[in-house]
Design a protein around this ligand. Sequence first.
Ligand SMILES: Nc1ncnc2c1ncn2[C@@H]1O[C@H](COP(=O)(O)OP(=O)(O)OP(=O)(O)O)[C@@H](O)[C@H]1O
Length: 339
Amino acid sequence: MGLEVRDVVVRYAGATADAVAGVDLDVADGEILALLGPSGCGKSSLLRAVAGLEPLARGQVRYDGADLAGVPVHRRGFGLLFQEGQLFAHRDVGRNVAYGLETARVPRAERTARVRELLDAVGLAGYERRPVTTLSGGERQRVALARALAPRPRLLLLDEPFSALDRGLRERLAVEVREVLKATGTTAVFVTHDHDEAFTVADRVGVMQAGRLLQVAPPEELWRRPASRAVARFLGYQAFVPRADGGLLAVGPTGLRAAPEGSGAPGGPGEPGEPGAPATWAEVVGSAFRRGRTEITVEADLGSGRRRLVALADGVSAPAPGTKVAVTLDPAGCAVVPD
Ligand SMILES: Nc1ncnc2c1ncn2[C@@H]1O[C@H](COP(=O)(O)OP(=O)(O)OP(=O)(O)O)[C@@H](O)[C@H]1O
């Protein structure tokens, strides 16, 4: 059954708006859900409410069908992992990981075996006797993860666990965490403002904005079928063009192609909002070579006013500002959203 969040409201004294404004959410047994949203949208507040660290102004949090109202944090059977894992400096790595097992009075031999198993799972086999002060930031968060998983929590709550680390390491850790959570069958809610991290780690991603959950869907579905313009804009869709038959065509970051003047030049502006339609003329503002391809910033009117857009280059290498290029919509990089 897993986690059930029903109409949860979190309200801070003196605040003008609710931090969490009526959220419903289900996380199935064994599922990894990422909560993604801009800073201040209420992700942490929701996570803390689930943990029991923040009181509910309204609503219910249930686990396996049981209402958790009145159940204190340490009785919920949840594991917590925050940005700074806050390891015990006076304990070595092994005894950090063993902490929850000691408080649960797990016998020593079993503890030792479990610590070994978890250090192995997080890629730190043999680190038992290392002082935590000698670890790198990434190693510390791995130890914190192993410590949180050691007592086999029925739900693991992670709040931006890698945001203090550099990008490359974060990307590797996101992959590793997913592997560890799947290997241990752990149910998890992972709070992040990093799109790539959310899409890498999660089975489903929930997009939050201003205290509300706008959409929850598997990564690819979320990307291909954003439920609203707000979700699409948050994901990085750059323009919204009205369609003849209603709705909007959302143009993604790879949804526009630019071709040089004279390469099968457009006859004129195409029908707005129809992928594959004849091209529109656009004026080059600038360009950048990134991730192995040329991204051209253009000014164009796709049918919703003249604006700056990014197009991928087809056979154009860094055209000079002011040059005219033909831009076409690439259906593979576009999505249809309701108004
Ligand atoms: N203890 C508190 N007292 C008063 N207001 C708070 C408190 N904690 C958070 N808030 C407010 O509640 C809103 C939601 O904050 P929250 O930390 O849940 O957002 P978040 O999405 O996790 O943001 P971030 O990614 O920056 O941590 C914000 O407007 C924040 O200022």
